[in-house]
Structure formats: structure tokens, C-alpha cells
Write a protein that binds this ligand. Structure first.
Ligand code: 13P
Length: 341
């Protein structure tokens, strides 16, 4: 039955000690990342960079359950002609695909966005399934500021996430449901907590109305953290405590796993927070990672676009993947970061 197939994929995505590599940067975002390391973003440079990640066997076989790809990458072949999706599958990980068309200005709600991409989504999902994708991602963006978020923004984004998730399940693809409350701004951690709670309540209500099977999805939320520009920065224990509290209030145990985004946290912070939750609490779901920047910042820096740096970049990626794999088990320790690339 299709439902069981979906449950099995969702379970595999949150397998113990593993997590998801978010390598689905859009053309604009990957250009920004490459600009920072002085690499020109071309079809080939993007391919070479992503191929080096997917060929990092130590990371891919042991700590990565799935990889979120961008449309271009799902269609690309490695230098030897092997499709990149096949390289991922050969390592034992599952290829996934970002299917939203980005956050656009929301009419009537100044300063807020709505994520687009529902038109034609059924057909695109069917094609992506044919190309090997077994899960998808859609990111809603909620900004905190003076007078925002509005209920209208939360509601419309939650409804779009639910429509996306229902279409995914119809097409035998596991939806990653990602409502991201941004950490930009000077708000304190209590504000992040109350907004995130509201957002998650709204998302699960809409998922219910859309008849989404919770057993066949993965939630990708932000952690509850202080705004980046807030003078008072909460420590690791407080982030873990508040995040676990809100997730327990909002996420039914029927959801097999929760895979956090890193959202601009430093890579070690993202690992430490995840570890604190898994080490310190009894939880009804697996808590894992679906990191972009927190997994890729180190390998990007080590690579810098030079073929000769590929081994160093792979070492840096394997290290971060290993550290996060340990954090999923609650077995990470700060000392393990010493001597890392
Ligand atoms: P970050 O971990 O860099 O936030 O990226 C994760 C992601 O997929 C955002 O949509």
C-alpha cells in the first residue's frame, strides 16, 4: 500500500545516527555561497562541488540518510557520466528534491512572504519520482519584526505547506514540511518561542484538513533561538529546553522524525543544540538534522574551487557529518571538534 511505502521512506530519512544533507540551494543562493569563496557559479562548478560531497563515502554511507537536491542537480551527471542521483543512491542515501518556487512578497501583508510553487506541482512531482526522488521539500518563511508575523501570513503559508504535502503523498513522495521562523532580527528567545508555537499549531491544523498522513512526513523546523541581533543570547541548555517543550506541545508522536534546519547558526552551535536535545530528553520522535550551511560551510571553505583541495573538502564534510551523526545519538562532545579541518 502506498501509505506503508511512505512510512518506510520517512523512517529511513530519520534512521538512527543519520540525517539529511540540504544541498538544494537555488541558483541565486549557491552563487552567494560561491562568491564567498571566490568561485564562479557555473553549471560545471556547481556539479563539481556537489559531486565531491556525494562522493564522500565516509559521510554518505554512515551519517547521511538523504540529500535534498535542486532541480538542476537531479538532472546532472558526474564527471564520469553517472547521474548524481545514482551516486547518492549507491551510497545508500535517498535523493530528494526542493519543489517550492521560493518565497515571494505576500500581497496585503507588507514585509511578509508567501512561498509559491503549487501550480503544476502534481506533474512536477510525477517527473521527479521518475528521476529518482523519493522525498521533497517546501520551505515557508516566517519573519519576526515589528507587527509581524501576521495571522494572515501564518495561515496562508501553513495552507500552502499542507496542499504541497498532500500532493507529495498522492505521488508517493514523502514531504518535508519546513516552516522556518527566521532568526534574523533583535527579538529575544521568548518571542521566537511564541511565534514558533503558533506557526507549528497552525501547520498541523492545516495538515489535518488536507488529510496528510503524519506517519509519512518529516517536519523541518527551526530551533527556538535568540534573534541574531538580540543582546541576550540564550545558551545551549536553554535552546534545547525551549525547543523540546514547544515541539512536544505541537508535534504529534505519529510524525516519525523532526529534522532541523540550521538557519544561520554556526556549524558547531547547530551540532551542540541537536546533541543537547538528544542527550537530555526522552522524545517521542527522532530528532535529527537537515542542515545546509552547518554541513557545507567547512567543505566550501576547504574546497575554494580547486581540484587539488577535494580531499581536504571531503575530510571537512565527513567530519561535520560525523559530529552531527553523533549529536543524533546524544554522543557528541566539544573535545571531538579539536584538530578538525
Ligand atoms: P540551512 O541549514 O542552511 O538553514 O538550510 C537548510 C534548508 O534546507 C533551508 O531551507
Amino acid at each position: 500500500m502506498a501509505a506503508n511505502e511512505l512510512h518506510a521512506i520517512a523512517q529511513a530519512m530519520v534512521a538512527k545516527g543519520k540525517g539529511i544533507l540540504a544541498a538544494d540551494e537555488s541558483g541565486g543562493t549557491i552563487k552567494k555561497r560561491f562568491d564567498a569563496i571566490s568561485v564562479e557559479s557555473t553549471e560545471n562548478s556547481r556539479r563539481d562541488y556537489r559531486e565531491l560531497l556525494f562522493r564522500t563515502d565516509e559521510a554518505m554511507k554512515n551519517y547521511v540518510s538523504g540529500v535534498i537536491l535542486y532541480d538542476e542537480t537531479l538532472r546532472q551527471k558526474g564527471a564520469d557520466g553517472t547521474p548524481l542521483a545514482r551516486i547518492i543512491q549507491n551510497s545508500g542515501a535517498i535523493p530528494g528534491i526542493k519543489v517550492d518556487a521560493g518565497a515571494k512578497r505576500l500581497a496585503g501583508c507588507p514585509g511578509e512572504t508567501i512561498t509559491e510553487g503549487l501550480d503544476g506541482l502534481r506533474e512536477r512531482l510525477a517527473e521527479y519520482h521518475g528521476l529518482g526522488a523519493r522525498f521533497a521539500k517546501w520551505r515557508a518563511v516566517i519573519d519576526i519584526g515589528a507587527g509581524i508575523p501576521s495571522y494572515g501570513c501564518l495561515h496562508q503559508n501553513a495552507q500552502a505547506l499542507a496542499r504541497y504535502a498532500a500532493l507529495c503523498q498522492e505521488q508517493k513522495i514523502v514531504p518535508i514540511v519546513e516552516p522556518e521562523v527566521l532568526m534574523d532580527g533583535d527579538h529575544d528567545i521568548a518571542r521566537c518561542e511564541s511565534v514558533t508555537e503558533f506557526v507549528l499549531k497552525e501547520v498541523f491544523q492545516e495538515l489535518y484538513y488536507a488529510k496528510v498522513e503524519l506517519e509519512g512526513m518529516v517536519l523541518k523546523p527551526n530551533m527556538i533561538v535568540s534573534g541574531k541581533k538580540c543582546a541576550q543570547q540564550a545558551g545551549v541548555a536553554e535552546v534545547a529546553e525551549r525547543t523540546v517543550k514547544i515541539l512536544k506541545r505541537c508535534v504529534p508522536p505519529a510524525v516519525p522524525g523532526i529534522a532541523f534546519l540550521s538557519g544561520g547558526q554556526s556549524d558547531v552551535e547547530a551540532t551542540a543544540h541537536l546533541n543537547a536535545m538528544n542527550a537530555g530528553y526522552t522524545l517521542p520522535w527522532t530528532l535529527t538534522f537537515s542542515y545546509g550551511r552547518a554541513l557545507q560551510a567547512a567543505p566550501q571553505k576547504a574546497w575554494a574551487g580547486k581540484a587539488g583541495n577535494v580531499p581536504a573538502a571531503q575530510k571537512a564534510f565527513a567530519h561535520r557529518a560525523h559530529m552531527n551523526g553523533l549529536a543524533v545519538l546524544g554522543q557528541w562532545k566539544a573535545e571531538l571538534e579539536k584538530g578538525a579541518a
